[in-house]
Every structure is written in structure tokens, then in C-alpha cells.
Design a protein around this ligand. Structure first.
Ligand code: FA5
Length: 334
């Protein structure tokens, strides 16, 4: 009987370890210590033992009962104290606080940066508040050139402005780093224009510039393709057509088939089925000269990716204004 008592005690203690709530504990108590409980039954058998065994076993049985009753009481108290809070278990993995997420623009910017870093490009930053010289003149857009009209912006009193494109960094980079040069410069740009589904007054571009000996259009197209497959991870329809920018010669417009409507026509692509994504071209000799580079020795390509438009295409966002709205219902989807 002593052995039986020891085994029963072990079993009860084991089951007590799993007790998480008062109801479970109460049921366990009835099962073992109740009127018809297993321990109570053993206690009842003591009276049938031989006379010389009775005192020893009876004492042990009462001790076990008392010990278990105390443990039940203690466990009940712990359960009540930790009610509503989880018992601390140092072996459990830590809990994570719900955090925000990166803005979709930042996510795509990082993807593009990674793709270009693999191609040997470095990532640079530069001023958003710019001089007339770097934003226009050094890009072969002198005062009174009609190309200025296509990029009206917010002017300050000292002939400075909020940059209209990331091309403002082309000459700055050549001046600072010289050649050979391979870099991208993502950032915010500003234009004084009416907004619609695909135009905002503040948006993001990502400029690319590569200048070295013997750079040609083949290099430019290879880099464009690498970029698009890194971002979309699948083939997308693009078209290349001639485009005019005073700082490239020849110049191209790279359009992407609108992924919001699959090319059928919508407000994002202005019913055309195509979205202007990435103008590009071979750097104009005048720009190289402004950067202190000899155009007879060096050539290069540049592109100005509309990063915000790229995000719209990637996530099929049908209104550009959502991206800067700060609306959490929109942002929580990314
Ligand atoms: C430029 O800004 C040139 N600096 C691009 C360039 C760089 C050409 C290097 C050649 C060599 P554009 O104004 O077209 O070009 O703008 C470039 C891209 O920015 C557009 O294709 C479009 O994707 C995006 N974009 C232009 N205006 C807006 C706008 N208001 N809202 C959102 N995206 C815009």
C-alpha cells in the first residue's frame, strides 16, 4: 500500500503541473481527494490492514493527503493571481510587438537598389533644394529654353528651387566622383502641376548614370532589362520610342504596358494602355563637359525612372495620390 500511495502522489503532482484554470484544478481535486476520490479510497482501505501495519501506513496516508491538499491550495492561489495574465515561462520564444511596415515606395526602392548594387552601381543622395544651375543649366537647359516649361516647380527667392527631377545630380556626381562612374540616386522631386490618377506634385524618381569609355545603347538596354526583371520577377511588356530631353542624345522613352488595366485603358494610363516609366538616353556631350569630362574620351547613359509609377505598376495601385495620403487602411496592406 505504501508503494501505491507513492505512485498515486507522483501521478497527482504530474497532473497538477498542467493545471491552467480553476475548473481543471477543481475537477482534479474531486478525482483524487473527493469523497469517492482515488486517494480517499486508499485511505478507506487502511482499516482493513493488519494491526501492526495500520499505524505506519495510516500516518503516511494522512501525510500524503495533507501534502496534496496544501499543494492544491497553493496552485489555486497562483491561478487566481495570474488570471488574465499569462504565466511567465522563460523557455517560451519572445513575443513580437506588432510593428509598422516599410512604405511600399521604400520597399521597391530597396529592391531596385539591390539590383543595381549587384551590377556594380553605388547609391547616392543629394539636395532636394537645388540651384537653377544644377537643375537646368548644367543639363543643357539654358534660361528661356522651352524644356523648362514642362517642369515648372516651386521657386525660392534666391534663384533656388525644389528640384524637378533627380537629374539635378548628374553634373554634381561627375564633378565629385569623376570617371568611370556608375551610380543611382533615388529621391523626392517636386513639380507645380495639377494632380490626377498618375500625376502628383511630389513624387519619387530614381536616376541612373553610367559614364566610362565605350559605353553604348546596348549597355543602356541591358541595364533597363535587368532592373525590370529584378522588380517584377517576370516578363513585362515594354516599348522604347524616341524621346526628347536636352541632356541626352539620342533620347528615349521607355513605357510599360499598364498593369492596372492589363493594357485595356484606364485613368492611370489615360486610356492608352501604356505608362511612361523611364526616360533614358546617352548623356549629351555638353553635360559631360559641364561635369569636367572630355566627351571625346568618355560616353555614358542616364535614365530617370519614375519610382512612384513603378510602385503603382508593381502593386496595381490605381491612384498615385494614395501613396502620400498617409491613410493607414492603404498602408497596412503592404
Ligand atoms: C525627367 O524627369 C528626366 N529627368 C528623366 C531623364 C533622366 C531623361 C535621364 C533622360 C535621362 P520626365 O519629366 O518624363 O523626365 O519624368 C520622368 C518620369 O517621372 C516619368 O516617366 C514618370 O514615370 C515620372 N513622372 C513625371 N511626372 C510625374 C508626376 N507628376 N507624378 C508622378 N510621376 C511622374
Amino acid at each position: 500500500m505504501e508503494k501505491k500511495l507513492e505512485e498515486l502522489k507522483k501521478q497527482i503532482l504530474k497532473e497538477l503541473e498542467t493545471a491552467k484554470d480553476s475548473q481543471f484544478l477543481a475537477d482534479l481535486k474531486v478525482k483524487y481527494l473527493g469523497r469517492k476520490g482515488e486517494l480517499t479510497n486508499i485511505l478507506k482501505e487502511v482499516k482493513n490492514l493488519a494491526k501492526e501495519e495500520k499505524p505506519k501506513v495510516g500516518k503516511l496516508a494522512n501525510e500524503v493527503k495533507q501534502e496534496l491538499t496544501d499543494i492544491f491550495t497553493k496552485t489555486e492561489r497562483i491561478i487566481k493571481q495570474t488570471k488574465g495574465t499569462k504565466a511567465f515561462d522563460a523557455t517560451m520564444p519572445g513575443t513580437k510587438k506588432k510593428q509598422g511596415s516599410l512604405h511600399p515606395l521604400t520597399q521597391v526602392q530597396y529592391e531596385v537598389e539591390e539590383a543595381f548594387t549587384k551590377l556594380g552601381f553605388s547609391v547616392y543622395d543629394g539636395p532636394q533644394l537645388e540651384s537653377d544651375f544644377y537643375n537646368f543649366t548644367s543639363l543643357n537647359i539654358p534660361e528661356d529654353h522651352p524644356a523648362r516649361d514642362t517642369q515648372d516647380t516651386f521657386w525660392l527667392e534666391n534663384n533656388h528651387l525644389l528640384r524637378t527631377h533627380t537629374s539635378n545630380l548628374q553634373v554634381r556626381m561627375l564633378e565629385k566622383h569623376g570617371v568611370p562612374f556608375r551610380g543611382i540616386f533615388p529621391g523626392r522631386v517636386f513639380r507645380y502641376e495639377a494632380t490626377d490618377a498618375s500625376h502628383d506634385h511630389t513624387f519619387h524618381q530614381l536616376e541612373g548614370l553610367m559614364v566610362d569609355k565605350d559605353i553604348n545603347i546596348g549597355n543602356l538596354i541591358a541595364v533597363m532589362k535587368a532592373l525590370l526583371s529584378a522588380v517584377f520577377q517576370t516578363d513585362v511588356d515594354v516599348r522604347l520610342r524616341p524621346g526628347f530631353f536636352p541632356f541626352v542624345e539620342p533620347g528615349f522613352e521607355l513605357d510599360i504596358k499598364c498593369l492596372v488595366c492589363e493594357g485595356k485603358g484606364c485613368s492611370v494610363c489615360k486610356q492608352s494602355g501604356w505608362v511612361e516609366l523611364m526616360p533614358c538616353g546617352m548623356v549629351h556631350p555638353e553635360v559631360l563637359k559641364f561635369g569636367g569630362i572630355d566627351p571625346n574620351e568618355y560616353s555614358g547613359f542616364a535614365f530617370g525612372l519614375g519610382l512612384t509609377r513603378l510602385v503603382m505598376m508593381k502593386y496595381r495601385i490605381d491612384d498615385i495620390r494614395l501613396l502620400q495620403s498617409g491613410d493607414l487602411r492603404f498602408l497596412k496592406q503592404f
